[in-house]
Design a protein around this ligand. Structure first.
Ligand code: ATP
Ligand code: ZN
Length: 293
């Protein structure tokens, strides 16, 4: 599956056609200024403002398409990248589609430690990672490869335990299973082919990376504005863990100023209480679309 390298071809990006990663990946692409529509109806979508086309695929197929250079970039879970043992470069972790690949066995059963699994059968859609996990610990297991509804296999006596993706653990609990060990912590990754790319494509990728970093930084930050007495500016500056010194603008009302700054979202509520206690008022928090540092 090799595509002739030709600088006139578009940069081709693989994304999941329909599933848990689709909306967030589409939002990210729109968020970094890539414009397109009609992605639900087509397998291939041309973008309006870049020489880029999107290929909509099953997530399982993305690592191989990127490895083989059919696509130059791909957005896909680390679970798929590592299960396929794909020869690709991981450019960024994107902090969505977070989950973990875990081993789970019937609750309060005999399988508790890794050694208890010697000679046991595990059902999974991740045979490579599951076997590797046990082999690395010198435990021999049998694997039954199953593509869906893995969590029901212990009740059907098809397997003794399972290895599956977990986010909240609700599905495991509903099936009387207990999560025992984590094989892999996963998130969506941006991957690039290791095949050679034209300078034009390489430049476009660099440009997207700057935008993706800005988009991710912005998602973690909020723009805040507040009014405060002039003589409290120094105290407020100490409270705000901002990246640069805040903007301070005088207000019509004497001895009052408006303070603007950017703070990490997880600090906002903590800081807000403190700000109020030193006299800040009319505190406004706004989302930021992008931030280029
Ligand atoms: P496809 O038809 O594309 O093969 P799928 O059914 O394999 O879809 P989804 O259920 O949409 O896949 O999951 C896609 C990805 O979402 C997973 O590979 C994983 O990276 C991530 N993910 C996050 N949380 C979970 C979860 N609780 N269960 C399964 N996948 C999850
Ligand atoms: Zn899949």
């Amino acid at each position: 599956m090799n595509r002739t390298k030709d600088s006139t071809t578009s940069l081709r990006i693989a994304i999941q056609k329909s599933g848990r990663l689709t909306d967030k990946t589409i939002n990210l692409l729109h968020g970094i200024g890539v414009e397109f529509d009609n992605y639900k109806r087509n397998l291939m979508v041309k973008t309006r403002n870049f020489d880029v086309e999107l290929l909509l695929l099953r997530d399982d197929d993305i690592p191989e398409y990127v490895q083989d250079g059919i696509c130059d970039l791909g957005f896909v879970g680390a679970n798929e990248v590592f299960e396929k043992d794909a020869d690709v470069a991981v450019l960024r972790g994107l902090n969505y589609g977070n989950c973990r690949l875990s081993i789970a066995a019937p609750k309060n059963g005999k399988l508790q430690s890794v050694e208890d699994f010697q000679g046991k059968t595990i059902a999974t859609s991740y045979p490579f990672l599951t076997k590797k996990y046990f082999t690395d610990q010198n435990v021999e297991i049998n694997v039954v490869e199953i593509s869906g509804a893995v969590e029901i296999t212990p009740q059907l006596e098809v397997a003794d335990a399972i290895s599956d993706l977990v986010s909240t653990g609700g599905t495991l609990r509903a099936n009387g299973l207990q999560e025992l060990f984590t094989i892999l912590e996963s998130e969506t990754k941006l991957i690039q082919t290791n095949k050679e790319l034209s300078p034009g494509k390489q430049q476009l990728i660099e440009k997207f990376l700057v935008r993706i970093d800005g988009y991710q930084q912005a998602k973690k930050s909020r723009y805040i504005m507040m009014n405060a007495p002039q003589d409290k500016v120094d105290v407020i500056k100490e409270i705000i863990p901002s990246m640069k010194s805040p903007t301070v603008v005088p207000l019509a009302e004497s001895n009052m100023v408006a303070i603007h700054t950017v703070i990490p979202i997880n600090k906002f509520w903590e800081v807000m209480e403190e700000l109020k206690s030193v006299g800040a008022s009319d505190i406004v928090m706004l989302p930021i679309e992008s931030m280029i540092l």
